[in-house]
Design a protein around this ligand. Structure first.
Ligand code: SF4
Length: 250
């Protein structure tokens, strides 16, 4: 019996209540001790992910870290990944979109189809992010993310620990769920944590280069993501949406 089979919905709910009274390190430590090499940090190297990574490497310097490289990342993100490897001495597992699937998509719809329609944007995110994530989670029973409740309406109900039904009932740990953006930056400054230099150029949320712009003071921090889309469309690529996806064995 695997650890996730031991943890049913009621058990996870109970843990989530307990984690609300604990600090972020407690949730990270719990996941790393419970799941060991079957747990990993999933990060796109935004500010929140850097806080998680910094905390986790203090707890376990050999912690597994993985990222999805969509093929459209800004050069500043790649530069940060190199700085992270150097600073923390860790190996970063990089997962890419399926080559044949991506070739078919780009051949049919072009290089930048996301500006033309919401459905093409979502299909691009599906191929470049969501499906590689499913593949990356295939050998994991727990993933640790930098999701915060105040980031988007879809994340407002995020628990510090959740049963992730969308990815085959594995465990998802969101240690910073109750953190504010200010608290994230206080941690980064206090601990001299490396961060993406695009933040110094006015970016407040960072994804793929063609789909992210800097924001103006007073704008929502995620207003620079898919900025051409109607505000009623969730500012989400889909990897943190509780949408049922392919079974783990698919
Ligand atoms: S953010 Fe843009 S380029 Fe990146 S996967 Fe989504 S639509 Fe494609």
């Amino acid at each position: 019996m695997t650890v996730t089979e031991e943890l049913d919905e009621a058990g996870v709910h109970q843990l989530a209540e307990e984690f609300e009274r604990r600090d972020a390190e407690y949730a990270i430590r719990w996941a790393l001790e419970k799941f060991r090499s079957r747990a990993a940090i999933c990060t796109s190297f935004q500010a929140e992910g850097m806080v998680i990574l910094d905390m986790a490497t203090r707890i376990d310097p050999g912690v597994r870290v993985f990222t999805i490289d969509t093929g459209r990342m800004p050069k500043e993100t790649h530069e940060l990944v190199d700085r992270v490897r150097e600073r923390y001495g860790i190996r970063v597992e990089v997962h890419y979109p399926d080559f044949e699937e991506l070739t078919r998509f780009v051949s049919m719809h072009g290089t930048n189809p996301f500006y033309r329609s919401q459905s093409l944007r979502q299909l691009c995110c599906e191929i470049r992010k969501v499906r590689p994530l499913i593949a990356a989670l295939g050998d994991k029973e727990a993933w640790i993310t930098g999701v915060r409740r105040s980031q988007t309406a879809n994340r407002a109900g995020a628990g510090k620990v959740e049963l992730d039904k969308a990815h085959g009932n594995i465990i998802k740990v969101n240690p910073l769920a109750d953190w504010s953006e200010d608290r994230v930056w206080e941690y980064i400054r206090a601990n001299d944590v490396p961060y993406n230099e695009l933040y110094d150029k006015g970016f407040t949320s960072i994804g793929c280069a063609p789909c992210t712009r800097a924001t103006q003071p007073g704008e929502d921090p995620r207003a620079g993501r898919w900025w051409w889309e109607d505000d009623s469309v969730p500012k989400e690529c889909g990897i943190h949406l509780p949408t049922p996806v392919l079974p783990r064995s698919a």
